[in-house]
Design a protein around this ligand. Structure first.
Ligand SMILES: CC(C)(COP(=O)(O)OP(=O)(O)OC[C@H]1O[C@@H](n2cnc3c(N)ncnc32)[C@H](O)[C@@H]1OP(=O)(O)O)[C@@H](O)C(=O)NCCC(=O)NCCS
Length: 289
């Protein structure tokens, strides 16, 4: 198997790939790895060789296996070791409050949320304004975004009218390398957008309180954070109402699409501080720490 491989190589692909591990009998030379698409090749102690292959589709996998067969190498094992991480929703079941249902988003929620997100009064403080529903649909369906989106519906007899979409994103806390595993998914970030025809009646507060409960009691996170422009009073007041503490005030930090550099504020609440969120303000939390 130490012969020179043919000059043509497996075509390069730019799509997310699954990773397969293929073990064949015999000791393949390194240059066969190039011929098979530049994959990792390890010669094992038992005189077998293991190739690690990023594979974008079954046709490519069959092509690689065909080439291995052409080499005359016996296939000993084939297993998938690195599926693209599936973006599991941070909220995996509906939650119910007195007036609301919070549930994981689906792609069908693009249209009802676009109905209010397209309004200037709503998107003034949001990251971007998609040009139209089609562009928004694409962004909304992006797996990591969809997994972090929580739909807020009225729990009345309106048939589950969508009145908001919140963000619940799990993230790793910063840590030193020795304890990196303990910091995985230790922090959650929240965000919120409500249909303006349903603001001013406490729905955001009700939904955020339930998400905080879910984060601390069910996801067992250590810390929940949220950020907004300082000029977005409704947003940071909401953070304070649910017991979050202002921890940062960055001056002229973020460029608004108006061309102005604006201040931003960051809030957080820790698991051990979150005990009776309905009764505590950030002022009380500060006094305890
Ligand atoms: C930020 C946002 C979600 C806040 O929504 P909201 O409806 O104003 O928030 P709340 O749930 O706190 O409700 C506000 C008011 O409802 C009233 N309210 C509270 N509980 C109530 C209840 N149980 N019954 C009736 N009214 C109630 C109160 O007047 C309360 O205001 P106050 O507590 O300051 O007196 C909303 O303004 C929004 O979607 N903005 C656009 C998008 C945006 O900027 N997102 C944040 C980006 S960082």
């Amino acid at each position: 198997m130490g012969t020179t491989p043919p000059s043509h190589a497996v075509r390069e692909v730019n799509r997310p790939a699954d990773t397969y591990r293929v073990t064949v009998a015999g000791r393949l030379d390194d240059h066969w790895a190039d011929w098979l698409g530049g994959h990792t090749l390890v010669r094992n102690d038992d005189a077998s060789t293991t190739l690690t292959l990023p594979v974008v589709d079954q046709a490519q996998l069959h092509g690689v296996l065909g080439r291995i067969r052409d080499l005359g190498a016996d296939l000993l094992a084939l297993d998938m070791i690195g599926e693209q991480p599936v973006c599991a929703p941070a909220l995996d079941r509906p939650l119910h409050t007195e007036r609301l249902t919070l549930r994981p988003a689906t792609t069908y929620d693009a249209e009802p949320t676009w109905a209010y997100r397209r309004l200037d009064s709503v998107n003034e403080w949001l990251t971007g304004v998609p040009a139209d529903l089609e562009e928004y649909r694409t962004l909304f369906a992006e797996p990591s975004r969809l997994a972090a989106t929580v739909i807020v519906e009225l729990a009345d007899d309106s048939g589950g009218r969508v009145i908001g979409d919140f963000m619940l994103r799990l993230e790793d806390a910063w840590s030193q390398v020795e304890v990196v595993e303990c910091a995985q998914d230790a922090q959650a970030e929240l965000g919120w957008v409500l249909d303006p025809s349903h603001t001013g009646v406490g729905y955001a507060t009700e939904a955020v309180r339930e998400l905080l409960r879910y984060c601390f009691e069910e996801l067992a996170v250590h810390r929940v954070v949220a950020n907004c422009f300082l000029d977005n009073d409704a947003s940071w007041r909401l953070m304070e109402k649910v017991g979050m503490r202002r921890e940062t005030h960055a001056v002229s930090e973020s460029l608004h699409r108006s061309g102005q550099w604006l201040d931003t504020v960051g809030y957080a609440v820790l698991a051990h501080e979150w005990k009776h969120p309905y009764a505590r303000s950030s002022h009380e939390i500060k006094e305890k720490t």
